[in-house]
Ligand binder design. Structure first.
Ligand code: HEC
Ligand code: HEC
Ligand code: HEC
Ligand code: HEC
Ligand code: HEC
Length: 220
């Protein structure tokens, strides 16, 4: 009987399976890499807006408090974006004829809000609430980065699940007095004072990290 399967005949299938495993592993690694990359998490990406609004000018140089324009942060789940009237408290007096501000004047005249394109956003299946974070003293800069240095808005942090959980499992070092949450730089305190404050704030607000990573906190 001639040998149908020579000893070397199954080498190819084996190489095939081997290559298959390598390919699947590579695909997973590549996928994980992509998820972490700025391409998917959108950190540093700038989005086109109807008006080139500058946080660097308004929040940084002019020093307008975040809450003047994002009035919901302390009391509601959403921070909210400013109505055209808020821009017009100043721009009916200054830069009144600037071509750059034409869409703002048009919005006021027509009574139609400006359509800002969103930059910092979560998928619908993840729940977020500003007021609880702000009232516990989690500063804007922790999640949105140095907004006061951004000529155009970009995403300061990747809003991955790991980003949320890193803090939820140990919030203490991130807390500061709630009336200071909109301050972008915070170098007045020594490390010991900050640590001591964090410990006391955790107690005062009864914050329990063991509960904060339950799936149901963010997936409701
Ligand atoms: C408290 C006053 C104030 C408010 C409120 C305000 N601005 Fe301004 N804005 C200014 C001043 C002052 C300048 C001039 C800045 C400079 O060039 O020094 C300016 C400049 C601008 C410019 C020109 C480009 C730049 O950044 O220099 C744009 C565009 C603009 N503002 C858009 C807006 C929009 C849109 C709103 C509402 C969301 C708004 N502003 C709200 C005071 C204000
Ligand atoms: C004068 C009004 C004004 C002030 C003050 C201001 N913002 Fe804004 N903010 C806007 C406007 C208008 C937009 C929408 C256009 C854009 O994305 O630049 C916006 C967008 C944002 C966004 C992106 C929201 C999204 O999902 O698209 C964040 C985050 C933000 N602001 C944070 C802050 C923080 C933090 C401060 C204080 C340091 C601040 N803002 C101060 C007017 C303001
Ligand atoms: C713990 C993280 C965290 C903190 C602290 C935080 N934000 Fe946000 N912010 C988010 C997330 C997450 C979103 C996207 C929410 C969504 O898409 O459901 C967001 C969205 C926004 C938006 C988009 C519009 C809206 O209605 O929500 C603005 C504006 C904003 N934040 C401003 C602020 C300001 C100002 C502060 C500080 C007073 C602040 N945020 C503090 C995480 C944070
Ligand atoms: C820098 C710290 C920090 C980050 C980052 C953070 N959180 Fe929180 N989160 C807190 C603190 C502190 C509380 C308040 C806990 C308390 O009072 O019991 C909280 C509470 C919450 C609550 C309400 C929990 C409840 O009591 O039911 C939700 C929902 C939530 N966070 C979602 C998110 C999501 C989604 C993200 C990521 C986009 C995020 N958080 C990022 C610190 C943080
Ligand atoms: C502190 C808030 C928070 C908690 C707690 C949390 N998640 Fe998430 N989760 C998120 C956010 C935010 C996203 C969206 C991430 C993104 O867009 O990249 C997410 C995404 C996911 C996804 C989509 C796939 C992925 O990984 O991006 C799954 C599945 C998921 N969560 C399951 C869980 C399970 C199971 C638990 C409990 C063990 C849990 N989550 C606890 C915030 C949370």
């Amino acid at each position: 009987m001639p040998q149908i399967f020579t000893p070397s005949a199954d080498t190819w299938p084996r190489v095939g399976v081997g290559l298959g495993i390598v390919a699947v592993t590579a695909a997973i690694l590549l996928g994980a890499g992509l998820v972490q990359s700025a391409y998917v998490t959108s950190v540093d990406w700038v989005v086109d807006q109807p008006v080139p609004f500058s946080h660097l000018h308004h929040a940084g140089e002019l020093g307008i408090d975040c809450r003047y324009c994002h009035a919901g942060v302390e009391s509601a789940p959403n921070a909210g974006l400013p109505a055209t009237e808020v821009c017009m408290t100043c721009h009916s007096q200054i830069w009144t004829g600037a071509p750059m501000l034409a869409p703002v004047r048009e919005s006021l005249a027509k009574g139609e809000p400006l359509r800002w394109n969103r930059v910092a956003r979560l998928p619908d299946y993840a729940y977020f609430d500003h007021s609880i974070h702000v009232s516990r003293g989690v500063p804007c800069v922790e999640c949105h980065g140095r907004v006061d240095e951004m000529p155009l808005m970009k995403r300061g942090e990747p809003f991955t699940m790991a980003f949320c959980l890193d803090c939820h499992r140990d919030p203490a070092p991130h807390l500061r007095p709630p009336d200071q949450v909109t301050r972008m730089d915070w170098s007045d305190w020594t490390a010991e004072r900050a640590a001591d404050y964090g410990r006391r704030a955790m107690e005062a607000h009864h914050i329990e990290p063991s509960r904060l990573d339950d799936c149901g906190v963010c997936h409701r």
